[in-house]
Structure formats: C-alpha cells, structure tokens
Design a binder for this molecule. Sequence first.
Ligand code: ADP
Length: 569
Amino acid sequence: MTIKNKLRAGIGFLFLLAFICCGLSIYYLNRLSAVSGVILKDNYETLQYMRNIGLAMDEDGGALNNHQVGVIEKNLVKQEHNITEPGEQELTDSLRSKYEQLKLIKGNALHQNELRLDIRRLLYGIMQLNMKAIQHKNAVANDTSGSATVLVALIGSFLFLVAFSFIINFPGYIANPIKELTERIKEISKRNYHQQLDFKSNDEFGELAQAFNNMTFKLNEYESSSLASIMFEKKRIETIINSMHDGIIGLDEKSFIIFVNQVACELVGIAEANLIGHYAPDVALENDLLRNLLVTDQHKMKIYADNRESYYSKDIMPVINKGTMIGKVIILKNITEFQQLDEAKTNFIATISHELKTPISSIKMSLKLLDDQRIGEVNAEQKQLLENIDDDARRLLQITGELLDMAQVETGKLNLNFGTTHPKNIVDYAVKAVKFTAEQKQVDLKVNCADSLPDVRADLDKTTWVLINLLSNAIKYSPERSEVELNVKRLKGDEIEFSVTDHGQGIESKYLPRIFERYFKVPGSKGEQSGTGLGLAIAKDFIEAQSGKIGVESDLGEGSRFYFTLKKG
Ligand code: ADP
C-alpha cells in the first residue's frame, strides 16, 4: 500500500473509531429514551385514565350521572386503546362490563355499591399492574444505562488505546525511514558508498530504498572502477619514475612530498616511507642535501652516495594547472660522466693553452728582434707583414690567456689577490688599455668616477681584466663616432657599481639569459666570427668569486648596459 493510502487509511480508521463511539452512544441514549418514553406514554397514561375514572366515580354516589358517564366513557375508551401489559386487557374488559352494568342499574343501591366496589378494585388492579410495569421498566432502563455505560466505557477505552498507539507509532512510521535515509546520505557525502537501506514495505519507502540501493551500488561500482584505473595509472607512472636513472622528488603546493623515486631516496639517504607525506622543509632540517635542493639555487652539486662521488644537476620544474602552481618536481640528473668529460676538456684546454703560450711568446720575441735595426733592415712591405704577424700573435696570446683563465676557473684553481683600492685605479688601468682601440674607431669614452667614492675590496688584476673586457665589447659593438660611458657609483648599502653603456646594436631579449654562458655568441652579431664567447663567462666567474654581481640590460638597436658590483673596502 502506498504511503498516501496508508495515511488515508490511518486517518479514516481514526474517523471510524470516533464514528463507532458516537454511534454506540447515540444508540444507547436512544434505547434509554425509548424505554422511558414507553413508561411515560403508556403506563403513565393508564394511571392517569384510572385516576380520572376514580375521581369521576367519587363525584357522586348511587347511579352515574351524565357528567360521570362522559368522563368515565372517554377515559375507558382511551384505556382500551392503551393496553400494554399482560393481563391488562382482561382487567380492562372486566372494568368495561362492570361500568356498563353500573350505567344500566337504576335504584338498586346495594347492587350499585357492589358494582362501584368492583370497579374500584379493577381500577386499583389496573393501576397496580401499570405501577409494577413502571417499576420493572425503570429497572430495565437502569440496567440498560449501566450496561451501556460499561460497554461505551470499554469500547471507548479500547478505541482510546488504538488511537493512542496509532498516534505514538504512526509519526515514527513516516519519520524513521527519513531519519535512516538522512544518516546514509551523510555517510555517502563522506565517500562511504557501502550503504544499503532495508525497507521491506511495498510503499514509496520501499521504492525509495530500492532506488537508493541501486544508486549506492552504481556509485560504489564507479568509485572502484575509477579508483582501479587511477591506481593502475599511478602504478604505471610510479614504475616509470622508479625506472629512471635521475632522482625525482615531487612536492605539492604546500611543500609536502608526494612522490619520490628509488634513486632520489638513495641520494638523500632516507627511506621512501620517511619522505612521502612529510613536510619537505621539516625533513630538510636534518638533511643537508634536501636543504640544498630546496633552498639554494645551486645548479650543479657533488653528492656522495653509493660509496662514490657523483655530480648531479638540479632542475626544478613547477607544475602548473590552469595558471596556478599545484606543486613542483625536483629532478636530479646524474652528470658525472659529462663532468668527467668536461674536466678532461678543461685540462686539455689548460695544457694546450699553456703549451701554446711559450711558442707564441717566442714568436713575439722573435718579431721584436726582427724589428731591431741591429739585426738588419726590413723594407716597408716586410714591416707591414711583421706588424700583421705581431697582431695575430697578440690575438693568439689573448685567446690562450682567456682559455687558461677559464680553465683555472673551471678547475677551481682561481687565485684571488684581494686588496683595497680606489675604483679610479681600476677605471684608469682599463681606460688606458682600450684607449687606442677607441681612438681608432673614434669612439668617445666618457668616464664618470667621482673621487669621493670609497675604496673597493677587489683583486685589481682580475677586476681590471673584466672592465677591459666590457669596454672592448662596448667599443667593438658600437658604431664609429659614437659614445661609450663608463660610470662608477655607490649603491645602497656597501656596494659599488661599475657600468659600461654603449649605443650599439644591442642584444635581443631572448639571448640575454645566455649571454654569460661559456662559448655563447649572439648569432649573426658582428663579433660572432672573431670572438671566443668566453670573455663574459670568465668575467662572471671573476666577479662572483669576489662576491659581486654581474648583469646586463639591453634593447635591440638601442645599445647595452653591462654592469658589475663590488663590495666596499
Ligand atoms: P666574445 O669574445 O665573442 O666577444 P663575450 O663573452 O665577450 O665573447 O661576448 C659574448 C657575446 O655577447 C658576443 O659574441 C656578442 O654577441 C655579445 N656581446 C657582448 N657585449 C656586447 C655589447 N656590448 N653589445 C652587443 N653584444 C655584445
């Protein structure tokens, strides 16, 4: 049965109970009133008639006069039509016969008195009969009312109990399933899909339970199927990550470690279980390598793991989803092999440059001797040729010098001779060195270096070398008859900045981040053919070795500004 019909049936049942109660009460009230009505109407009236007849008889003794006859006749007829009790008919018939006799007798007083006496006896008898009947009916009415009260009370109590249990149970019948359903839905919202409703009824709740159970079954099925495929994909990615030779550490946006491969675990020296789910900065507190990975921007690092020293390059890849960073992946690439090759190359370069320096120097020496008048006269053409050889030998010496410097830097054999000196000294040396080249190109060198500037703490040779390099580049990449400015100023704090500004070709912004890389030359630039691409890389190493910063700002076609900073002395 549907809930709608159950509600209808329940309320209808209550109505029925009320109706039965009312009906019974009305029935018993009617029965009582019927009994008392009969008492009044029949027996009481008979008593009235008999009393009237008796009173009429008492009016006058002897024969009946006309008035007496009229009253008696009228009441006797009424009595004859109001026979209600057993034996009453006979008494009334006797009363009629005695009355008829009395009516006919004239003058015989004795007989008249006898008849009157008989009539009085009959009147009394009829009255007696009706009085008894009244008493009997009154008793019956009392009994009826008593049993009706008991019956109505019993039925009323029963109906009350039924209605009471109905009122107690019926709201629960509606509310309990709803409560249970609410509980299950709350569980589902916690992703606990193993929920079943057990409503056995065939009503809407039964249908609801079936639909709900179907839904949870489907949700469960979906959850486990998508979970299974997600788990499978996760496993696959984990296998890929684990089979890689690079160390990989994944962090979420709050820096909690979400995955780490075997290589990374070995490098860091912590078991996977003690890394995954942990807050990386907390783990880093007790692990130097992880601290280096998270905090420093050191790109290349030497790691001692697996009983040997290896070189790793660190790459941090931000993981970006729809414009927001949702984590990052740290990749540690094993570059030991490249490092060894690189070292071999550096050693080779160092050896070659060193070996070349001696013959080039002796070439220069020989050239000097050749130029000496005492050795012999050279004609103008020979002199030009000797000058050309001298130029090339100077360039060769410069290149081998740069290569040697670079090798020194790369092998960590860079020796710095720190001292305090006024910036003007560095500027004067450098300007003197490039003066000739600038004049040849008619480039106007504008120097701005105030005497009031404080001393700097620097290696004079290396810093001068850097400034000469920047100035040479500026002159090289400037058009003829242009200006190159050399400015030295004090920055906020303890830093002095040296900057060289030219108005030459400038550098495309996409090349700016690579400009300090070794062997990098801007493609298609004027100096691409002649330069080595080492000058700026060495300059960077020299400046950074002195705890300074080096940088460049440039607009294509507008010119460039190279600068470096040194600490106050
Ligand atoms: P190189 O010996 O080739 O000049 P550098 O390391 O000094 O090597 O310079 C690297 C490259 O940077 C150069 O090849 C050149 O393309 C570019 N460059 C350096 N200085 C300037 C400048 N002042 N203006 C334009 N480009 C420059």
